[in-house]
Design a protein around this ligand. Structure first.
Ligand SMILES: [Zn+2]
Length: 156
């Protein structure tokens, strides 16, 4: 079962939502893009949403609902400088080409999952966040994450 909006594999029960009268089975994160009740008229949130035309197949982050933080180039550069390493030093330590480090620090090339993990471990930083981060269940019910749980998870 895959989310009909973002293409993510749905673990557990999909959520049924209505977008402009059409029924969609979606993941928890995409619930916000429609309404739970059938309505002919789009809600305010539906108007803002652009549905992606292609499903992310290779994107591991999408499957995990984790994404790179926006300012990853700054985080990497600052962490590296704090350690007193040059870009060459970092490249050597994580066994990557200098050109890769340069492009990543300039924000021209988002690191893939493997590189992100290496950077996080070597520089002792966090480069990913759960997306979308504003989706926190308002009324935690049995078996769901509470706001407290979410904060604990994010701190790790
Ligand atoms: Zn989704």
């Amino acid at each position: 079962m895959f989310c009909e909006i973002c293409g993510v594999k749905i673990i557990g029960q999909p959520s049924k939502i209505y977008v402009e009268g059409a029924e969609l089975l979606v993941c928890r994160n995409c619930e916000q893009f429609g309404s739970k009740k059938w309505s002919r008229y789009p809600t305010a949130t539906q108007i803002k949403v652009k549905l992606p035309k292609t499903k992310p197949k290779e994107d591991l982050f999408a499957q995990l609902d984790f994404g790179l933080i926006e300012n990853y180039p700054d985080i990497i550069r600052r962490a590296r400088e704090k350690k007193g390493w040059s870009q060459e030093d970092l490249a050597r330590k994580i066994n990557e080409r200098l050109s890769v480090i340069k492009r990543v620090e300039l924000g021209k090339m988002p690191p893939d999952t493997k590189l992100t993990k290496k950077l996080e471990k070597t520089l002792e930083i966090i480069l990913t966040e759960k997306i979308p981060k504003e989706i926190i269940p308002k009324e935690p019910s049995k078996g769901e994450l509470t706001i407290g749980d979410v904060i604990v998870v994010k701190k790790k």
